[in-house]
Design a protein around this ligand. Structure first.
Ligand code: BES
Ligand code: MN
Ligand code: MN
Length: 462
């Protein structure tokens, strides 16, 4: 038998430690680090501490929590490969709220393995994918005492609420974060068995609209007919935001939309997208979207406006004859290159103000957001990722864009001049943000191996 070389030893280690990884991941998934809910403040901090302890355990150096006006950034590095490239690894340790809780088949913070999937809030988004890299780093350090590259790990705790403080953090820590390429695993594979590299994300602008029609709820018999019902007004306003073909009616909204290229349209048309399965997987009676675009084009390359929540009047069981005093809607727009969130926010605000009749009081509140992002995929680090994924998953990755948003990716480009490589191992049906979030453990395991290989492949590009 020949002596196993460095990377083979690393892969052996990953294979041998497979079960331990799952146990450790369960501990991370047990922490309810819900950034959106103030009552979980201590849990989010505890999660940051857990991550920093884990980062120390696996052999990273200079590990610390760096405070921001919000939740801390967890930082750690290993910089002992002079001359080799430096990876800035980014991920998030915060998770989404779990409601509706009664739809979970096992408790969201007691990770449970069923049929090769680990179920828990954060399993796919993003704790499982962050952990995959920590285990890949650990395998290199434990087996070889070194990494083939320099690596800086930064984990944030506010991604799910819009990364409000992260841009400032990056601007004020430019030296600390200096590197050659950003690596992120916070996206999905195109489908089971179809590993993917994501080269585009949509941006986001989010609003809350509040309408008031009277100072208190009113008897709908005594008052009905005498004043505008804010629920009705809100529905009418929303109905004027898109036309019947799904096109957004805000003047100027499409001005900066970068058209799809023929190359993209042709490439996406060959992807194994099964519309029937998509519909049945998610219980959609019939698909609907902007005329003249396919489903992939609509979700990856076209902007959209959606109602995320609506609230007004009596919603309990039975009937109550009432005119609601108020109506509220949460409305967000997903943006594509080259739309600018600030510009779109202004257009939206102006349009909503124009739509609102004098019969109601209008309040428009802007919430989180982020810029869209798109990279070329001819860069050498993307090529390196392609080779690593092919070895880890036994298949060449395809190139995808995604409809979701990771606000910081464009900041890395703009503030640090860094390209990002998005290598995600989640699956589209793993219920991110929904009940019964899960992560396929086979993909996790292959992902640890592919991540370990990725560092080696990136080292070759030094
Ligand atoms: N990991 C997701 C983003 C994502 C989802 C990328 C699907 C690729 C495919 C991230 O955690 C997320 O949910 N982002 C939010 C951002 C928002 C709160 C500013 C989103 O997209 O809604
Ligand atoms: Mn995420
Ligand atoms: Mn998310």
């Amino acid at each position: 038998m020949t002596q196993a070389n460095g990377i083979e030893k690393v892969i052996d280690y990953v294979n041998v430690n497979r079960d331990r990884y799952v146990d450790e991941l369960k501990a991370l998934l047990a922490i309810p680090s819900i950034s959106a809910l103030p009552e979980h403040k201590a849990d989010v901090r505890r999660c940051a501490e857990w991550c920093s302890e884990e980062m120390t355990r696996i052999g990273l150096q200079n590990v610390r929590l760096i405070d921001t006006p919000g939740y801390p950034v967890v930082y750690g590095d290993w910089l002992n490969a002079p001359g080799a490239p430096t990876i800035l690894f980014y991920g998030h340790y915060d998770v989404q709220p779990v409601d509706p809780l009664d739809l979970w088949e096992s408790p969201p913070f007691e990770a449970t393995v069923r049929d090769g999937e680990i179920y828990a809030r954060g399993a796919a988004d993003d704790k499982g994918q962050v952990f995959m890299h920590l285990k890949a780093i650990e395998a290199h350090l434990k087996q070889n005492g070194r990494l083939p590259v320099n690596i800086k790990v930064m984990l944030e705790g506010e991604e799910e609420v819009g990364s409000e403080h992260l841009d400032d953090f990056i601007r004020s820590h430019k030296d600390l974060l200096r590197g050659d390429v950003v690596v992120i695993s916070d996206s999905t594979m195109f489908a089971r068995g179809v590993p993917s590299i994501c080269y585009g994300l949509r941006g986001l602008v989010y609003f809350q609209i509040d309408l008031r029609g009277s100072s208190t709820d009113l008897h709908s018999g005594s008052f009905g007919g005498a004043l505008a019902n804010p629920a009705f007004v809100l529905a009418t306003m929303i109905a004027q935001m898109k036309d019947r073909g799904g096109r957004i009616k805000i003047p100027g909204f499409y001005d900066d939309v970068r058209p799809l290229t023929d190359e993209e349209r042709q490439a996406w048309a060959t992807l194994p997208f099964n519309e029937k399965k998509y519909r049945s997987d998610f219980g959609i009676p019939k698909l609907f979207g902007e005329t003249d675009y396919t489903t992939l084009e609509r979700t990856w390359a076209r902007p959209t406006l959606e109602v995320n929540g609506l609230l007004s009047g009596f919603t309990g069981e039975g009937a109550k004859t009432v005119l609601p005093a108020v109506a509220m809607a949460k409305i967000s727009m997903r943006l594509v290159p080259d739309q600018d969130p600030n510009k779109i926010a202004d257009l939206f605000q102006a349009y909503v103000t124009k739509l609102a009749p004098k019969t109601v009081q209008l309040k428009v509140t802007r919430m989180q957001g982020g810029k869209p992002w798109m990279s070329g995929f001819d860069n050498k680090f993307v090529q390196a990722a392609g080779r690593a994924i092919e070895q880890g998953f036994g298949k060449k990755p395809i190139f995808t864009r995604e409809g979701g948003s990771i606000p910081v990716v464009s900041t890395f480009q703009e503030e640090l001049g860094l390209p990002s490589v998005l290598f995600g191992v989640g699956l589209p049906d793993e219920n991110a943000h929904a009940p019964n979030e899960k992560l396929d453990l086979g993909n996790f395991h292959n992902g640890v191996i592919a991540s370990a290989l990725l560092y080696q492949e990136i080292a070759k590009e030094g």
